[in-house]
Write a protein that binds this ligand. Structure first.
Ligand code: SAM
Length: 330
């Protein structure tokens, strides 16, 4: 029964973020009346909503005033060091609504041959400025934990450059050139992403340190580089496309260079529930076209392209990210 109603918890968290409750309480503790008035929510609903958040350990209630529980500000206020609200909002507005129709999606046999994957889904999103910002915030919530760990995943001293394929507005690239100053960074992504990239580089103080390459990585030429990173990208594509994109990276990487693939990869036994639910989430978002995959599958695609397997490293992130490192023979 706990599994049955687990979404109650998700929804109170999501609504609290959408309403700005955590930001409000970070400034000062407040009574239910003050919260009702500032957030313009219904008095009749407010008490249970707030007390449920206390019960979940996200708020405290002391002498009639609500405040943030210890540690919450770090993750749930916009000024916190590891703000995850970007992803929470995306889950509230998009993922949750698609998951609501899971039964119908599973039964939609006509969709089996008409799955959504890769570029198509992104270009549609890029038409709407508000949605695209939500998406970038969501992606950076996850990849923000990856960047610093990629800096230590391999010895970068022998490499001068890298390109982050499908690197979006450059969050990981910015972290990497900041951690390893001798690296010249690159981000390769679809043309509509470039203005968002320019804006983000200015915000991160890395303008000029990372070059944006606009193109379609399934067909346009890729820039020559020492290393390519491809993360949280292949899970948007069908297995055939993953193998094809990996083969294209082999052409672009200089002899002796490296390919680093990161994603929330599945365990070989397929028993890890959080990882499998994450994979099902990719399926739900893409009507079946995308999914997570295992280290063994990733190794197979890279070896077929000509790479030599080096290692797979578990990353400490908010999903089960792993990075697979393979090398192009010198
Ligand atoms: C899920 S995001 C991952 C972003 C980032 N690497 C991360 O770890 O958060 C996938 C990215 O791939 C880009 N993309 C999709 N199809 C592409 C294509 N054909 N060529 C270049 N980039 C593409 C999207 O624009 C998006 O930025």
């Amino acid at each position: 029964m706990q599994i049955n109603s687990a979404y109650f918890q998700s929804k109170v968290l999501q609504s609290a973020v959408e309403l700005g409750l955590f930001d409000m309480l970070a400034e000062r503790p407040a009574t239910v009346e003050a919260i009702v008035s500032e957030l313009k929510i219904r008095p009749r609903m407010a008490l249970d909503f707030l007390d449920a958040l206390v019960g979940l350990g996200l708020l405290t209630r002391d002498a009639g005033e609500y405040g943030l529980a210890a540690g919450v500000g770090e993750f749930l206020t916009t000024s916190g060091g590891h703000y995850v609200g970007g992803s929470i909002v995306q889950h509230a507005r998009k993922h949750y609504r698609l998951w609501a129709d899971l039964t119908e999606t599973l039964q939609d046999l006509a969709a089996e041959e008409n799955v959504l994957y890769g570029t198509k889904s992104f270009l549609k999103v890029y038409e709407n400025h508000e949605i695209v910002r939500n998406l970038m915030n969501h992606m950076d919530t996850y990849n923000g934990f990856v960047g610093p760990q990629l800096a230590t995943a391999i010895d970068w001293s022998g490499y001068q450059s890298f390109v982050d394929l499908g690197g979006a507005r450059g969050n990981v690239a910015a972290q990497l050139v900041t951690a390893i100053p001798h690296l010249q960074g690159g981000v390769y992504d679809l043309p509509p992403v470039e203005p968002l990239f320019d804006e983000h580089m200015a915000k991160k103080g890395t303008t000029g340190r990372v070059t944006f390459y606009a193109g379609d990585f399934t067909q346009d030429e890729l820039p020559a580089t020492d290393a390519i990173i491809i993360g949280h990208v292949l899970h948007d594509w069908t297995p055939e496309y993953r193998a094809k994109v990996i083969a294209r990276t082999f052409e672009a990487i200089r002899p002796g260079g490296a390919l680093l693939v990161y994603d929330a990869m599945l365990d070989d036994e397929r028993v890890d529930a959080p990882a499998l639910l994450q994979s099902l989430n990719c399926r739900v978002l893409s009507r079946g076209g995308g999914s997570e995959y295992s280290v063994a599958e990733c190794r197979e695609w890279t070896e077929a392209a000509g790479f030599t397997f080096d290692k797979a490293v578990d990353l400490e992130t908010i999903t089960n990210d792993r990075v697979v490192v393979v090398r192009k023979p010198a």
